[in-house]
Design a protein around this ligand. Structure first.
Ligand SMILES: [Zn+2]
Length: 255
């Protein structure tokens, strides 16, 4: 690791684990939980207004994840840094791992990044985060417990001038029976809602083998990835209301 470390004593660690000692087989993960930028990176050259937008954070996702984790009494892992520092839901070779532009907004401090600075972000944030997920999965498997990961995200209601009508959505690889059952349950339990099936995008097309969560893929463990629409979950109260709908849909599925 280079001497020019990014995280200092005044910064948060790369992630926070809550309820880590819970013996549950379910593990809640929120990759895009935070808009924080390490102090040394000077807000990446962005305004506070830009750092409040969906480009920096999955608005409402952490609150929804905390509700779901509490409901099932599971451990939960939250990233403490913005996806603009390094996107934890991309593979290391993905072109937007450290984006220079996001939804038409340029990220000044991500331009012309040196190899060493790029590696520091990987070593100090990306690797510890994914190691924590691997450790939890391996710990459960060593106890003969098959983990199920719940991957909690949120999406912006509009992109490139197009409205995204889905209230919530499940992203999956068309193989996972848990995801299929969750979509069916959401639609049966909430006939008035528009439930997306690989909307607003198909993660396999966007991210290839790194879709969903590359650590989950690597370990071949089951997971359910939910995307909530951000304007529906932008207060604690609203995120809990929609998280509860997800809990109702999965409660029989994840037993
Ligand atoms: Zn996300």
């Amino acid at each position: 690791m280079s001497a020019n470390k990014i995280l200092t004593a005044n910064d948060l660690p790369a992630f926070t684990i809550e309820n880590g000692s819970s013996g549950s087989h379910i593990f809640v993960i929120c990759d895009h939980a935070s808009r924080n930028i390490p102090l040394k990176l000077k807000k990446l050259g962005l305004s506070d207004a830009d750092l409040s937008k969906h480009i920096a954070i999955d608005i409402g996702a952490k609150q929804a994840a905390q509700y779901i984790a509490k409901k099932f009494n599971t451990p939960a892992l939250y990233a403490n840094y913005s996806r603009l520092v390094i996107d934890l839901n991309r593979g290391l070779n993905h072109e937007f791992l450290i984006p220079e532009i996001s939804d038409h907004i340029e990220i000044p401090e991500n331009k012309n990044l040196s190899k060493a600075d790029r590696q520091n972000r990987i070593d100090e944030i990306f690797t510890p985060y994914h190691n924590a997920i691997s450790d939890k999965i391996e710990d459960l498997i060593s106890k003969d417990i098959q983990p199920i990961l719940l991957l909690i995200h949120s999406f912006t209601p509009e992109m490139d001038g197009k409205k995204r009508p889905w209230d919530m959505s499940i992203l999956w690889d068309k193989k996972c029976d848990l995801s299929k059952k969750t979509i069916d349950n959401l639609r049966t339990q909430n006939p008035e809602l528009t439930i997306g099936d690989n909307q607003p995008y198909d993660p396999t097309l966007l991210m290839g083998d790194d879709s969903y969560n590359h650590t989950a893929v690597k370990h071949k463990v089951k997971s359910i990835l939910v995307e909530f629409r951000q304007d529906l979950i932008d207060t604690d109260e609203k995120s809990e209301y929609w998280a509860e709908k997800f809990c109702q849909a999965i409660k029989d599925v994840v037993q």
